[in-house]
Design a protein around this ligand. Structure first.
Ligand code: MRU
Length: 359
């Protein structure tokens, strides 16, 4: 009895400290998103009541991070079907197709978006009676399975890290970027709890500052020591012996193991290899796109130049300067030391190992 109470207390402490953030939730018939554009200054929610609201929230970065986008899209499909079915229970399937196309195109690089919409579509095609309740179940399953995958990847990734390590991470691959717990930050959370990580260096991640705003916020909430560095300081931090691992998430992993992730990831992988450090990518199998043979076939999102030319809505770049703003890059598989998925760890991932993972 006392043991069970102690176990429950430990579990709820673990929830409070390491797993309390839920960026995407279904509440009262709508999708509730933490507005990630406002953090850390304000924690506010945006309520999406229609599929168009969800698509816009993905486009404008209210919700971001590949798995979180996938979960939001899954709930977006529920909203689309609910509304089309209410309009006309006979013809809703045709009407909903256009909604799903629009949703799937909201952002191009994170494959979890198309993956979640496809999974919901497959479920939809199997249904004959009232579709909303079973689709809501499917979306909730996608959400819960993502948290479970992150927990599992946390254990698998942390097992690879030696005691007293310091790590570098890029962008935000945390709870905010997923259904909860995080991919790269999931490994960092688990390894920190196990006493293996003593310090985290977070790249600020221009221009959206996901590192400065979101990763630093999550780690501070969990009392994990974090130092923010300018993106340009990462290679120097490696040269100074400050980190032993670079740990990142992914937006899409091609069939040969090439990895698309936040712009700057490729440079970190090159620098890590140069300095003899280990480079870990943490991504659930929903992020692996076996229909993309290699990184060259991954669509890379270019966002408005204004994101680079201005800061906090004030122009900072010299007037007349143009901007090129690709927001992801591709790291060749050869630079990845470990790919951690919920189905297992692939050292030096390649096409054969990825195919074997799915078989
Ligand atoms: O533009 P963003 O903020 O959506 O980019 C997010 C990333 O690049 C993350 O590293 C990636 O989605 C993995 S999140 C678990």
């Amino acid at each position: 009895m006392i043991e069970a109470q102690q176990e429950n207390a430990a579990r709820s402490l673990d929830m409070v400290l390491y797993d309390s953030i839920r960026p995407v939730e279904w509440r009262d018939g709508a999708v509730r998103l933490i507005d990630q554009r406002l953090l850390p200054a304000r924690k506010e929610h945006v309520i999406c009541r229609s599929v168009a609201d969800v698509a816009e929230a993905i486009r404008n970065m209210t919700v971001r991070g590949a798995p979180a986008i996938g979960v939001a899209a899954a709930y977006g499909v529920v909203l689309a079907v609910r509304d089309r079915y209410a309009e006309n229970p006979e013809t809703w399937r045709q009407a909903v197709n256009a909604d799903l196309e629009l949703l799937a195109k909201a952002r191009p690089t994170a494959v979890n978006l198309g993956w979640a919409v496809d999974r919901m579509r497959q479920q939809m095609e199997r249904l004959e009676a009232e579709p909303v309740a079973p689709l809501l179940n499917e979306a909730s399953a996608i959400c819960q399975q993502d948290v479970d995958a992150n927990r599992r990847m946390g254990e698998l990734g942390a097992a690879l890290i030696d005691a007293d390590s310091a790590v570098l991470t890029h962008c935000n691959a945390g709870a905010l970027a997923t259904a909860g717990y995080g991919t790269a930050l999931g490994v960092i959370r688990t390894a920190f709890q196990a006493g293996k990580i003593k310090h985290v260096y977070a790249d600020e991640t221009r221009p959206w500052l996901q590192g400065a705003r979101l990763t630093a916020w999550e780690l501070i909430e969990d009392r994990i020591p974090v130092s923010l560095i300018a993106d340009g300081a990462a290679t120097y931090a490696m040269a100074q012996g400050k980190v032993q691992w670079v740990i990142v998430g992914a937006d899409r992993v091609a069939a040969n193991g090439d990895v698309a992730n936040k712009i700057g990831t490729y440079g970190l992988a090159v620098s890590a290899r140069h300095h003899g450090l280990s480079f870990m990518v943490v991504a659930p199998t929903s992020t692996i796109d076996r229909s993309c043979p290699d990184g060259g076939s991954i669509p890379i999102e270019n966002r408005a130049g204004e994101e680079l030319l201005s800061f906090a809505d004030a122009r900072v770049a010299a007037s007349g300067a143009q901007a090129w703003n690709p927001v992801f890059d591709v790291t060749p598989a050869a630079l990845v030391d470990v790919l951690v998925t919920e189905m297992g760890v692939l050292k030096q991932p390649d096409a054969a190992k990825i195919a074997a993972l799915f078989n």
